[in-house]
Design a protein around this ligand. Sequence first.
Ligand code: NAI
Length: 344
Amino acid sequence: MKDFKGKIVFVSGGASGAGLGQAKVFGREGMKVAIGDVREDALENAKKELIAFGIPEQDILPIKVDLTNRESYTACADKIEEVFGGPPHLFIQTAGVNSFGPVEASTFDDFDWVMGVDLFAVVNGLLIFVPRMIKAYAHKTEFWVATTSSGGAFGAGSTCAPYSASKAAVNNLMYSYDEALRPYGSGATVLCPANINSNIGNAEKFRPANLKNTGYHVSEGTMAHLRSIHAQGIDPVELAEILKEGIENERVIVLPDRHPETWIAQMRRNDEVIESYTLTRAERDEWNRKRNEARRKEMEAMFADAGDGKEGGRRMPKGWEVPEGAEAFGHARHDLDWIDPTRK
Ligand code: NAI
């Protein structure tokens, strides 16, 4: 898709972070911009930011929507057609949440919340929007489907399992959609960032009341720690420009990073999963030892010019400092008595 002017874009999670950056960049291309988010106050602020960015007020449509609720998401699609006269030509699903803790400490609420937003809401969106887009635009005009996934899609982690599982599934879905949409003259792009300067570090604050029972240790301190990491991430507008280039050039995967080597290492993990997980445990321990040593050297070389920020003895990029009062994240709630002490 190369021609954006005068067309309609919908961005889920468009009130904040990566989604707001996408709304700005595609709005600047002359698109009518619908943004959907569950947080009404954030939508109001986003509208003001978009106007300040130069997007005409009449081209901005903020919609309050809970993407995990099919009726609500359907009403959002109806609203876009009612106000802008048709479904989006560019459909970007970017809303997401994260929560860190040992997978063996997880509750149903942890999985329901993270997979509900990061995977099943994406499925909701695809089923609600794609048929409308095909009917309206196939062989008539350009249209495209995009999703913001994560570098987490390429690996696994014992303290971010619901997130990684969701993102891996989302990537896989987008590969399928790219193939499926070909006959209609369209395709799909999946954006896989590493770290974004966004508000996702605060996600736990907005966990729905009915999904609050977490098995993870979450506190103001763990959120402060996460915020300090995300503050080092890529700027959302810069990220959206990279996504735009990917859509224009029909890339299926977009790997935006200031250090492309990181991504080569990430992508290798797909092969590594098969290579290492088929070994015996003893062989795998030795394989991991060698792999970690090689990766440590790669990281040292990569960040050689990046400064001397430190975290837990690891070399980190310049300015990446753990703020006062921060607490390690990714641990279990202290009262769970079956959890290994190192994971509490
Ligand atoms: P953010 O927190 O700034 O924005 C996410 C938005 O999604 C929020 O405004 C939130 O209200 C909205 N949202 C959450 N649940 C919703 C629901 N049920 N219905 C409607 N809206 C909902 O976070 P960020 O970082 O901009 O996240 C965007 C995407 O980028 C996510 O999919 C995330 O997984 C992904 N990502 C983020 C990275 C990072 O370092 N921040 C790295 C890699 C991927």
